[in-house]
Each structure stands twice: as C-alpha cells, then as structure tokens.
Design a protein. Structure first.
Length: 254
C-alpha cells in the first residue's frame, strides 16, 4: 500500500486507532472517508477536520453495509483502499451459565461478520481499480490469548486466517491484502484502557504504523515492535511464557 494518493474508506473510525489513522492518512495526502454509527460523532469529525468525508454505517447490519457501500462508491468512484477497522472487545466469563453468550455473539457479529460483509460489498469495485488494498485489523491477541476476552481473541485469530486466505485467492489481481496487528494501545476499546500504562501510547502507535506503511509498501503484515512479543511466541518457542506474562501483567491487553 502506498502511503499517499489513495481514496480510503475506514468504517469504525470515529475514535481510537481508527480515527487517529484516518487523520494521519489524510495528512499524508489521501482522501479519507470515515464511517461510523453515530451521526453526531460523524458531524463533529467533519467539522473539526475539514477535508475528511463521513458516511453513516453500522457494520453489524448487512443492510447498512449495502447502503453505505453504494454511497461511498457513488460519491468516491476512485476508492481503492478499504480498512475494516470496526471492532469490539469485551470481557466474558465462561464459568457462569449466562455470563458470556450474548457478548460472544455480539463480538462475532462485529469482529468477524462485519469485515466479511464489508469486503464482500467492496471486492468487485476494488478489483476494478488499477491498484487497491484491503487492510484488515487483527490483534496481537490473535496469536496469544488474553484470559478474560476469549471470543475477542478467537475473532482476531479468524481475521488473521481470513487475511492469509484472501491474499492467496487475490494473488495475481490488483488487490493486495494487508493485515494490521495492534498490540495493547491506549484507547477506549475497553473501560479504563486509555489509562493503561502497559499499553502503547496511541500517537506512538500511529507514528510507527505510518512509518512502516511508507517504508514497506509491499508488506503483508504491519507489526509495530511491541506486538512481536505476542506475534512470534510460538515461533520463538516461548509461547507458554508469553501467555503467562500477558495474563499476569496486562488485564486489558489488546
């Protein structure tokens, strides 16, 4: 993915990593469309950041994805990058009879079905572009589990394997598949997470991500240094130690 000259749609970018990345990519010479559920938040973003476009979308709703995709493609026919940013991270207790199922189902709907439906809505348009990118967003927890978020961990592992598989299927086309793998980052993804001293400051994360995109335009995975502890534990042979450390020191890790 080139760092500039793109038209980029980022559903789920009204706060946190999504919004920070949207603003940085806009600064680097891209046309950016931010998607989200809350119209008041979208209006504020457009007012506070001239040049940023917005569209309302609920990625848990198939009809909303269809409507938003038609709007984005009609208003921005040069669209060539989709970043499937929307996601939720919630704790679950599988040791209680009713302490997890609703949360688990909502997590799957947002973190797995949402990206699948988004990619399905845009894939034909992206394949018609001369150079296009689908950026998925997994997590360091796709590779080492946090005890309190089992379905989140599983959903991000699914996104990793979806990315790997789509890359194989789209080989030889104009569409590349790029997977962003965040570590714990100080955002409001979970209550109190923005104050988690063990998490990476948001600005530092975005700085490193944009530097990696710029220096590695043909990369398949964007990995800041901090996430490699989680990403490569099994390859290094210290997976058990990684899991133990993660669950001892970072109760709200991403």
């Amino acid at each position: 993915m080139n760092i500039s000259g793109n038209t980029i749609f980022i559903p789920g970018a009204t706060s946190g990593i999504g919004l920070a990345l949207a603003l940085r990519l806009h600064e680097r010479g891209n046309t950016v469309i931010v998607g989200g559920r809350r119209q008041d938040r979208l209006t504020s973003i457009a007012e506070e950041h001239p040049g940023i476009h917005t569209v309302r979308i609920d990625t848990t709703d198939a009809a909303s994805i269809d409507d938003a995709s038609r709007t984005v493609i009609t208003e921005h026919p040069e669209l060539n990058v989709l970043i499937t940013m929307a996601g939720v991270m919630r704790t679950e207790d599988w040791t209680t009879p009713s302490g997890f199922l609703t949360t688990a189902e909502e997590t799957v709907a947002t973190n797995i079905l949402g990206p699948i439906r988004l990619i399905a809505a845009f894939i034909d348009h992206l394949r018609a572009q001369q150079d296009a990118t689908i950026m998925t967003v997994s997590s360091g927890l796709a590779f080492a589990p946090l005890r309190v978020t089992p379905t989140y961990n599983a959903s991000k592992a699914a996104i990793h394997m979806l990315s790997e598989s789509l890359r194989l299927q789209l080989a030889g086309t104009s569409v590349s598949v790029l997977e962003l793998e965040p570590p714990a980052v100080r955002t409001q993804l979970m209550p109190g997470h923005e104050d988690n001293e063990a998490a990476m400051p948001l600005d530092d994360f975005i700085d490193e991500v944009t530097a990696l995109i710029e220096s590695q335009p043909h990369a398949t995975e964007i990995q800041v240094e901090r996430v490699k502890f989680l990403r490569y534990g099994e390859a290094r042979g210290d997976y058990d130690q990684v899991v133990a450390t993660l669950n001892r020191t970072d109760p709200h890790g991403r």
